[in-house]
Design a protein around this ligand. Structure first.
Ligand code: PSV
Ligand code: MN
Length: 426
């Protein structure tokens, strides 16, 4: 489905007056604080986040999966859904593919569809956490860390194949989320599992094209519940350092134990020029279960303050590869992604409002109270008119979620794809 741009403009027009009022009020307020509003609009307009191809269908839990209807059942349809999201939000011009879920049968067709929708291919993801039909060896007891050399070889070969596929599509990075670990004490020899993983990663790294990056994701638990081989940012950082300049740590917000100070991890990694990738989500208890900003929007804002400081001051750290990575079984995934994009941009915009000079001064003077006031003043500013203005300027929807509903997009997708169509993914 494609929305006619005239239709977008027409719906926008019905709220244009209200937007002008709220926007000019906010612009005046920011002006008085000497904030360059045009610069802000540009930064917000430029911000793009990758959409994972596996987030377009209804998520499941180990207890089951509920029917959604109209899910994309092939890669072309997945691209079309992301194209729609991009049309509405103007902030989702990248797609992150996951293999073998996204088998590419015709590269030309896939590339042509992506360029028609103004989409680029971001990081590609390998999957050595599930067994595929016809696969010679099982990953039940691990993949890159497996005791058996032939299982490791199979997992290495899969990662290399993913690089080759991504290369043909124009991707420039591989993300490895390694699900290997152990479910029970004494199941693994920790040191040996880490040694085998390091050696496997070395093989993959050798095959990485010169202009590519390798992102190493970490996760404290799940699918293994006693230990994970790459359990935390320290392990990921150590591996990335060991492999070389093209290897980086990837921070997924949901992959921390409760109350972890993620903003400090971000700052440390950027200081070391090793923050490569970033997965957005939110969680109450664990992993990437909930929509971005639905639980801890203030924590996300604090994280963005560090990200912005790092982007501006640690030039040797690459610009992070942003992606949304959330999975739950209740919402329409497209609505969820619209909400997530909005939450990310709200946190980003608020963090951009922080008066960096005044903050540095307050820190210099150990003025703890003023430092807090400065960031909270930014956090408490309603930045939504800025987001709306920047979207409308780019041809997107003033209110993406409202427009999605007004145009009955899901019903349209159900009518064209059927109520039983299912997407591959988690
Ligand atoms: C599993 O936790 C996970 O959500 C990881 O964060 C990966 O990025 C994603 O799945 C895809 O493998
Ligand atoms: Mn992730």
């Amino acid at each position: 489905m494609r929305i006619n741009p005239d239709q977008i403009n027409e719906i926008n027009r019905s709220s244009a007056e209200v937007l002008e009022q709220s926007y000019s009020q906010l612009a005046d307020q920011l002006d008085r604080k000497n904030i360059d509003v045009d610069k802000l609009l540009h930064k917000l307009g430029d911000f793009q986040v990758a959409i994972p191809s596996w987030a377009l269908g209804q998520g499941g839990t180990r207890f089951g999966r509920f029917k959604l209807g109209g899910e994309p059942s092939n890669l072309i349809e997945k691209l079309e859904d992301i194209g729609l999201l991009h049309q509405l939000t103007q902030s989702a011009n990248m797609v992150s593919l996951h293999f073998p879920w996204d088998s590419v049968l015709d590269y030309q067709e896939v590339k042509a569809k992506a360029s028609e929708l103004h989409l680029k291919f971001d990081a590609v993801n390998s999957n050595t956490f599930q067994d595929q039909i016809g696969q010679s060896h099982s990953y039940k007891f691990g993949s890159l860390s497996h005791r058996d050399k032939s299982v490791r070889a199979q997992a290495i070969a899969h990662n290399i194949e993913v690089i080759e596929t991504g290369d043909k599509l124009g991707s420039k990075s591989l993300t490895i989320w390694l699900a290997d670990g152990s479910n029970f004490p004494a199941q693994h020899n920790f040191q040996q599992a880490l040694e085998r993983t390091t050696a496997s990663l070395e093989h993959i790294y050798q095959k990485l094209p010169e202009d590519w990056k390798l992102f190493i994701e970490y996760k404290p638990y799940e699918p293994n519940f006693y230990s994970m081989v790459i359990q935390d940012w320290g392990t990921s950082f150590m591996l990335a350092n060991h492999l070389g300049d093209k290897a980086y740590t990837l921070v997924d917000l949901g992959h921390h134990l409760p109350n972890t100070n993620i903003e400090q991890i971000v700052a440390t990694l950027m200081n070391q020029n090793k923050l490569g990738g970033f997965h957005f989500n939110d969680s109450k208890y664990g992993d990437d279960d909930l929509s971005v900003g639905s639980i801890k929007p203030y924590a996300l804002f604090l994280i963005f303050i560090e990200l912005i400081y790092g982007i501006e001051n640690n030039k040797a750290n690459p610009y992070p590869a942003w992606m949304i990575d959330a999975s739950h079984n209740t919402k329409d995934p497209l609505e969820d992604l619209i909400q997530s994009i909005e939450a990310i941009k709200i946190a980003y915009a608020k963090a951009l409002l922080v008066d960096q000079k005044a903050l540095a001064q307050a820190q210099e003077e150990n003025d703890v109270v003023l430092a807090q006031e400065l960031i909270q003043d930014a956090f408490l500013t309603d930045v939504r008119p800025l987001l709306q203005k920047s979207r409308v300027k780019k041809g997107g929807a003033l209110n993406p979620l409202g427009m999605y509903r007004q145009l009955s997009v899901r019903q349209h997708l159900i009518d064209t794809r059927g109520s039983g169509s299912t997407a591959t993914g988690l």
